[in-house]
Design a protein around this ligand. Structure first.
Ligand code: ARG
Length: 461
């Protein structure tokens, strides 16, 4: 072979590799076969191909499905993508009839149909995992409605909560995620099949038939929009990114809570590892990885946004770049939700340490101010400054505000010199938590009611 010939062959090979998507879009083989089964059935029902031809196609497609499942199918770059690979194999198995499958269809509507089916299926799977995770948070919350914990803002002690209430925050986040997947599912549940290359087809097809067979709500209403659209892929990427952002927030708290400084929880040994050099260490690698993996799913979202930006209508090969990021995000969230679920289920909660942590940082300072407003008719801003003095005074005694006795309180501020014994009760941590009875507040009773609401919701979905 001449040098020139070798170069030409190398270039052709490179180009094949560059152009082909088969090595990753083979992930869509079940959806591709499902859509082809529906399409060929519809073609025969509308007398575009014969019943016998349909049955031949159907048998062969089922055989191909088995071949791929059993890893007896050769994926080769020269077939470019999963659509061509399956159609080629079909023609090898049944000859000329195989070539009729692509009547009234283009790879442009085929790929968007396969990909929509994939996204819809995965959305439902993710919803199941989210539901499990929410019930884990709710169960854990129900065990900790009396477990006192310092609630924080700016990562500084703020007001006392119960741990159950804190956990319900995550149940709320993941519930919104669940609902977000649900609404995307409904918005995108339209069949693109039959849109053909960009503008429909002169063949007398029936798009309702394929839409129904594929469990879509209805056929999409505009062919050109359908083949150009990747909003459904962006939506699942966004939904995953948001859920992973929530995963990263609880992961961060788990990492913090399991540190020596906090010691609020102990991660089960399975979800922490030792250091290769420091024998005493137990590292929270798994939550760290969960936190880290959030980065890649953000990347996948931004990468598809960038691919789609300013694309002219209708189909462009750029959109072949839509798949890998979605596959990656779907895999990442699947494993992340399962693992997080187990971490929460198996962690040990150190109630004593949490309760002790409430004794520093003057968590009931706001309660003193609220008491002065409520019982002593003092304007909130004045009550605020009086309380500030009390906090200062408590600091000089090296005490928490909740530990001051009546005499100390009376000495703390000239405005409190006549204060009565009942004030002491209001500084008690448990009383403080239970006083927050406003709708959505952190009292034990409220937490109980919120748990019941969640349980009702979980039973309904
Ligand atoms: N592999 C292509 C993709 O993923 C399928 C559609 C190709 N259509 C075309 N006209 N080249 O987007």
């Amino acid at each position: 072979m001449s040098n020139e010939q070798i170069l030409k062959n190398t270039n052709a090979k490179l180009l094949n590799e560059f152009n082909a998507s088969i090595l990753f879009d083979k992930e869509l083989y079940t959806q591709d076969i499902k859509a082809s089964l529906a399409h060929s059935f519809m073609l025969s029902k509308e007398n575009i191909i014969s019943k016998e031809e349909y049955l031949q196609i159907k048998d062969a497609l089922e055989q191909i499905q088995k071949e791929i499942q059993e890893e007896n199918f050769v994926f080769s770059l020269e077939h470019e993508d999963i659509h061509m690979a399956i159609e080629n194999r079909l023609t090898v198995i049944i000859g000329e009839t195989g070539k009729k499958l692509h009547t009234a269809r283009s790879r442009n509507d085929q790929v968007v149909c396969d990909f929509t089916l994939y996204v819809q299926e995965k959305s439902l799977d993710i919803q199941v995992l989210l539901k499990n995770l929410i019930s884990t948070f709710v169960n854990m919350a129900s065990k900790h409605i009396d477990t006192l914990m310092p609630g924080m803002t700016h990562l500084q002690h703020a007001q006392v909560l119960n741990f159950g209430y804190h956990l319900l925050t995550y149940a709320n986040m993941f519930k919104r995620d669940y609902e977000r997947f649900q609404s995307s599912y409904e918005r995108n549940n339209f069949s693109p099949l039959g849109s053909a290359a960009l503008a429909g087809t002169p063949h007398k097809i029936n798009r309702n038939t394929t839409s129904e067979m594929l469990n879509f709500n209805a056929p999409s209403s505009h062919a050109m929009d359908s083949v150009s659209n990747r909003d459904f892929a962006l939506e699942i990427l966004f939904n995953i990114a948001t859920a992973m952002m929530h995963v990263s927030r609880i992961s961060e708290e788990l990492i913090m809570w399991s540190s020596y400084e906090f010691q609020f929880i102990k991660l089960s040994d399975e979800y922490s590892t030792t250091s290769s050099i420091m024998p005493q260490k137990k590292n929270p690698d798994v939550p760290e990885l969960l936190r880290g993996k959030t980065g890649r799913v953000y990347g996948n979202l931004f990468s598809l946004f960038t691919v789609m930006k300013a694309l002219p209508l209708a189909y462009n090969k750029d959109t072949q770049e839509d798949k890998e990021g979605v596959f990656d995000s779907v895999k990442t969230i699947n494993i992340s939700l399962k693992i997080l679920n187990e971490i929460i289920n198996t962690m040990e909660v150190n109630k004593n340490n949490m309760a002790n942590a409430c004794k520093v940082g003057h968590l009931s300072a706001t309660d003193l101010a609220d008491y002065l407003v409520d019982k002593k008719n003092i304007a909130f801003r004045d009550a605020y400054y009086i309380t500030k003095d009390v906090v200062k005074y408590a600091n000089t005694l090296n005490k928490d505000i909740s530990e001051l006795n009546l005499k100390e309180l009376q000495e703390a501020s000239k405005d409190l010199k006549d204060i009565e014994e009942e004030v002491i009760m209001h500084l008690d941590l448990k009383t403080s938590m239970n006083s927050r009875t406003s709708k959505g507040g952190a009292s034990t009773q409220n937490t109980k009611e919120q748990i019941e609401e969640f349980q009702k919701w979980l039973n309904k979905i």
